[in-house]
Each structure stands twice: as structure tokens, then as C-alpha cells.
Design a binder for this molecule. Structure first.
Ligand code: AQP
Length: 325
């Protein structure tokens, strides 16, 4: 039966990139699929150092954000990854099917291990990701461009398991979102990221209208004042146009046509307005939910219970196939 799985790390309040690249799609999938799991992947988050108190708090914040964006716990199972021990257990089994050389090729390892001293966890986290997906025998995985190679690893791992132990895991397919990668407002050559230390680089779902206006007004563009769309040579302005288009559902060409004669400085105010309006109800709902941590904990508890019920028979079957039972 079709089943969707995806995850997001509790590394802070999600930003516009997370929203447009992932969360918006997650919400839409609820109309099409009847079995969906969305995991807040705390095991993944500690592949780079996290402050325990902040991490604890981020779990509830992320839960509030998912609900406020429109993830409905009646339709989707929202749960904390570490509450289901089978993720790690299956991860071990799959790691024994994965070669070092395969993991070394993955771009995120190459990138993140330069920024931090690369831990073993950071190196093997794509295997844990494969376990996250396969543990529920998921068939569909919504991913952003940056995750395509990791999903390919999951597909290869599923095939490898099936070949060695017998046909068991569906080979999951990627559901690619339609929206572009959103770039940092300070450095359009890199993506917008939760853990970017520059506060002006990232628009978070909880930013106030004033913060949004300031960040977009100060967004790095270039020395041309016209509004044109050319992601290669004008990544800064083009990023703003992509954001504007996603916020208003106007096409890129319509936006460029309507903005003829505007200077980028004036255009930025239009973009800021569109972002403020789109995020306003989400921000208000996050604030309301943050005031009710007991409710958020209940959502997570019940999600974990559902996830465990689904995971347990799959992991049992795997143990039998591998020869542990
Ligand atoms: N800039 C982006 N544009 C479009 N999509 C994005 N995603 C992340 N950044 C952008 C998508 O968001 C989902 C969840 O991401 P994650 O929390 O698993 O971690 P990440 O991809 O590493 O995102 P961040 O924000 O950069 O987090 P940190 O700073 O903690 O590493 C994914 O589907 C991703 O494609």
C-alpha cells in the first residue's frame, strides 16, 4: 500500500526554504495519500553538536510549526524519531550492507565534514535515513533537490537487502517538489539554512513583519537596479523573484513584467509584503501552539505510539530474514 515518509531536523524554527521546499508539499500530500509519517529527526540533528536544552525545546517548536503549516495529526503521524528505537536498530543492519566508498561520495558529507570535524554519525547518517524510510516500508518520499542522492542510496539499499535476504522492501520513489531551492539572503551562492549563524540570511516562519521587511530590504543583490530573472548571473534578485512567485502563485514572467520600471529597492518592498501576508497566519498559529506545550507533547506521544506499532512488525520480519530469530 502507498505510504509517505519524510523527516525534518529539530535544528530551529523552519525557514522559507524548508516551507517552500518541503512543508508545503507535505501538507498537500495529505489530500492524496492515506498513510503518511512525518518524523522530527532528532537522531540526525546530533550528527553536528547541539545544545541539549535547545534541542529539547526545538522538538516542541518544530511540532508547533508543522501543525501551524497545516500538517493534520488526524491525517499524518507526526513523531519524534528517537522515540522509535527500531530506526537505530534497522540502521545498524543496513549499515552492514553499505560500503564506505558509497558514503564518501555523498555531497553533504563532503560539505559538512569540512565545516565540523566529521563524526562517524555524520558519515553514516544517510544509512539512518534509509532505515527511517524502509522501517515503514514507505513507497513515496518527498525530497528537495539536495536530498536526491540520499534517496538513491535508500533505493540501492532496499534492492541490496531484497537481493540478499529475499524480496521485502518496496523501492521508494522520490516526490520532487515544484519549487526551487531558496537561497541565503546574505549569500545567494548558498542555500537558506536553519543553522546559518547570520540572522539576516534566513527568514523564519516566526519572524515579525518588521524583521521580514528588514531582512528583505538588506538582501544582497547586485549593482543592476532592474528586476530581471537570471539565476545564473543574478542569483540574488532571482532568489527574491522565486520567493515572490511562491508566495503569490504569480509566475516568474508575470512578476518580471509587472515590475518593469521598478528599482530593486522598491521591488524588495513588494516581496516583503507578500512574505509578511503569507506568513502572518502561520506565525500567529505557531505562537498560539507554543503556549500549549501539553498539547504538543500529546501529539508527539500519540504519534510515537502509532509509529512504534507500524515499525515493530517490520523490524521483527527483518530480524527473521537476517537470522536473528
Ligand atoms: N534552502 C532550501 N530551499 C528549499 N528546500 C530546503 N530544505 C532545506 N533548505 C532548503 C528542505 O527542507 C527539508 C528539511 O530539511 P532538514 O531540516 O532535514 O535539514 P536541511 O536540509 O539540512 O535544512 P537546513 O534548514 O539547512 O537545516 P540545518 O541548518 O540544520 O542543516 C528537506 O527536505 C530539505 O530539502
Amino acid at each position: 500500500a502507498p505510504r509517505v515518509f519524510s523527516g525534518i531536523q529539530p535544528t530551529g524554527i523552519p525557514h522559507l526554504g524548508n516551507y517552500l521546499g518541503a512543508l508545503q508539499t507535505w501538507v498537500q500530500l495529505q489530500d492524496t495519500f492515506s498513510s503518511i509519517l512525518y518524523s522530527i529527526v532528532d537522531l540526525h540533528s546530533i550528527t553536528v553538536p547541539q545544545d541539549p536544552a535547545v534541542l529539547r525545546h526545538s522538538m516542541l517548536d518544530m511540532t508547533a510549526c508543522l501543525l501551524a503549516c497545516g500538517i493534520d495529526p488526524e491525517k499524518s503521524c507526526i513523531f519524534q524519531q528517537s522515540q522509535v528505537p527500531e530506526h537505530t536498530e534497522l540502521g545498524w543492519i543496513l549499515s552492514c550492507l553499505t560500503s564506505m566508498s558509497r558514503l564518501k561520495q555523498l555531497p553533504q558529507w563532503k560539505m559538512k565534514s569540512q565545516q565540523n570535524e566529521g563524526s562517524v554519525g555524520l558519515f553514516t547518517y544517510p544509512v539512518l535515513q534509509a532505515a527511517d524510510i524502509l522501517l515503514y516500508r514507505s513507497t513515496h518520499v518527498p525530497v528537495g533537490d539536495d536530498q536526491v542522492q540520499h534517496l538513491e542510496l535508500t533505493q540501492d539499499t532496499a534492492r541490496k537487502f531484497n537481493k540478499r535476504y529475499g524480496d521485502f522492501f518496496p523501492v521508494p520513489v522520490a516526490l520532487m517538489g515544484t519549487s526551487k531551492k531558496i537561497r541565503s539572503l546574505r549569500d545567494p551562492s548558498s542555500k537558506m539554512s536553519k543553522s546559518d549563524p547570520q540572522t539576516l540570511a534566513t527568514i523564519r516562519l516566526t519572524d515579525t513583519p518588521e524583521e521580514i521587511v528588514t531582512k528583505i530590504r538588506k538582501a544582497v543583490t547586485d549593482f543592476t537596479s532592474e528586476v530581471t530573472y537570471d539565476p545564473e548571473s543574478r542569483p540574488g534578485v532571482s532568489n527574491l523573484i522565486s520567493i515572490h512567485s511562491a508566495m503569490t502563485e504569480l509566475g516568474v514572467e508575470d512578476i518580471v513584467r509587472q515590475s518593469q520600471g521598478l528599482e530593486t529597492a522598491q521591488y524588495k518592498l513588494l516581496v516583503a509584503d507578500a512574505v509578511v501576508e503569507k506568513l502572518r497566519p502561520i506565525r500567529e498559529e505557531i505562537q498560539r501552539l507554543q503556549g500549549d506545550p501539553d498539547f504538543l507533547k500529546k501529539v508527539l506521544d500519540s504519534g510515537a505510539q502509532t509509529a512504534r506499532q507500524l515499525a515493530s512488525p517490520v523490524y521483527d520480519a527483518v530480524c527473521k530474514m537476517v537470522g536473528f530469530r
